[in-house]
Each structure stands twice: as structure tokens, then as C-alpha cells.
Design a protein around this ligand. Structure first.
Ligand SMILES: C[S@@+](CC[C@H](N)C(=O)[O-])C[C@H]1O[C@@H](n2cnc3c(N)ncnc32)[C@H](O)[C@@H]1O
Length: 234
């Protein structure tokens, strides 16, 4: 082949595609609830999700149709970078050892900047930024909130487990919700660390019935949630 295809561009396009199709799915398949991202760093994927939401809303309007499902975008991050790895599974991760995911790493965009950037794409009333480590922001989710789509991009096992344990434990995950993990294959795709470990443990704890995995880009996977112990009826 004479033309060059940039592999990084190809990869980013697959991530964009997975997020955009996730947004379309949550609207078109009438999945209850908002859209959440855990781990915003540069704001890139948050903007892609917002752009996909905007695109959907615009298309409906151009057909003269009313949006009857109001979804907001909930964005969670410490905005202080990565927490210090505390669990053995995280301390042993090659990306923690080499400093890529070290304490304070991946601190790029402030909460205010993220809010103003995303609010230029979708209505500011639909943008909620939860600033702080998850242990402090998860309890701020209103009891009645459901999520139709969850983008997990927190890299560490403990951060991922903390989020999933809270969301499933409090019935925030709607029937049919789509969960995307962007760091699934990091760390040699080991099941003993990272997002894979968190998912295995939470799956057992809440008897989660997921769809078969669907992979995207070099590192991602997504599942639909068919059921779990404590799932709210809709
Ligand atoms: C890989 S980056 C996210 C990349 C982002 N989606 C983007 O498009 O640039 C991981 C993010 O997770 C956040 N994070 C990890 N563990 C966290 C925790 N326990 N509480 C809050 N934020 C956390 C870090 O601050 C970091 O911004």
C-alpha cells in the first residue's frame, strides 16, 4: 500500500466511533438516564460525547421532532491528576511504575475550563462537572439519577472499582445501559489489574448480566447491561 494511514488517528477514530454510537444507542433504544464520564483529563472524549449529543438533538430538530428524552452529561475527575496508587494491583501496574499514571499525572484541564468548553457544544444546563476524587463526588449523585451510558476512563483498578461499586450498589445503572472501558487492554490485558479486575469483581458482587464484550480501538471494550442485583425497574 503506498498511502500511509496514521495508526494513532485510526485508533482515535475508533474511540470516537464507540462513544458516538453509544450516544445514539442511548437515545434510539430509549435507555433511561444521563450520560457519565469518569476521567476527563484533556476533555477530549467529553467533547466527543457532547458533540454526539448535540448532533443527535440537531438532527431531531431539523426533522421538526421534539426531544422527549432529556439527557445531561455528568463529568467526573479529581482535576488534580491521578491519585497515588494504593492497592497492590495498581502499584504493580507497568504504567504506574513508569510514572505515566503516577500521583498527579494526567492533570490537563481545569474543571472551569472543561465546563466552559463543553457548554459551547451542548446547552450549559445539561453539563454537570463533579470536581474532586471519586470518594467525595460519587455521594453527590442524586439518588434518583440513572445512567444510560457510562464511559470509564480512570485507568486504575481502585478508581474503577470505586466508581462501579458505587453506581451498581446505588442502582444508578439503568437497564440496557452501555458501559465503555477505554483502558481495558492496558497492562498486557491482564485480568488481575486495572479495569478488567474491577469489572470481574463488581460483576460477581452484583451478579451483573452483561452482553458479550465488543472491542474497539486497541484498548477498549463495551458491554450492555441486561441485569444486576438491585437494578431499578423502569
Ligand atoms: C486517562 S485519563 C482520562 C482521559 C480523558 N478521557 C481524555 O479524553 O483526555 C484518567 C483520568 O482519571 C482521573 N482519575 C483517576 N482516578 C481518579 C479518582 N479516584 N478520582 C477522580 N479522578 C480520577 C485522573 O485525574 C485523569 O484525569
Amino acid at each position: 500500500m503506498s498511502e500511509k494511514i496514521n495508526p494513532e488517528f485510526l485508533n482515535q477514530m475508533q474511540i470516537y466511533e464507540a462513544l458516538a454510537l453509544g450516544v445514539l444507542y442511548s437515545f434510539n433504544a430509549h435507555v433511561d438516564g444521563h450520560i457519565a464520564e469518569f476521567g476527563t483529563n484533556t476533555g477530549r472524549t467529553a467533547q466527543w460525547i457532547a458533540a454526539s449529543m448535540h448532533e443527535y438533538e440537531q438532527r431531531l430538530q431539523s426533522k421538526g421532532l421534539e426531544l422527549n428524552d432529556i439527557k445531561s452529561l455528568h463529568l467526573f475527575d479529581s482535576f488534580q491528576g491521578m491519585p497515588e496508587a494504593q492497592h497492590e494491583a495498581d502499584k504493580a501496574s507497568p504504567d504506574v511504575v513508569n510514572g505515566t499514571w503516577g500521583a498527579g499525572a494526567l492533570k490537563t484541564m481545569s474543571a472551569d475550563k472543561l465546563y466552559s468548553t463543553v457548554s459551547k457544544i451542548i446547552d450549559a444546563k445539561k453539563v454537570l462537572v463533579f470536581e474532586g476524587f471519586y470518594s467525595t463526588t460519587l455521594p453527590m449523585i442524586p439518588n434518583e439519577s440513572r445512567y444510560s451510558m457510562i464511559h470509564m476512563d480512570s485507568t486504575l483498578y481502585l478508581s474503577t472499582f470505586e466508581v462501579l461499586d458505587y453506581l451498581f450498589g446505588h442502582g444508578h445503572v439503568a437497564e440496557g445501559a452501555l458501559i465503555l472501558f477505554k483502558g481495558w487492554n492496558a497492562n498486557r490485558a491482564r485480568n488481575s489489574v486495572g479495569e478488567r479486575r474491577a469489572w470481574l469483581e463488581v460483576g460477581e458482587k452484583y451478579d451483573i448480566i452483561p452482553s458479550d464484550p465488543a472491542y474497539f480501538a486497541w484498548q477498549g471494550v463495551k458491554f450492555f447491561i441486561h441485569g444486576y442485583r438491585g437494578m431499578p425497574s423502569s
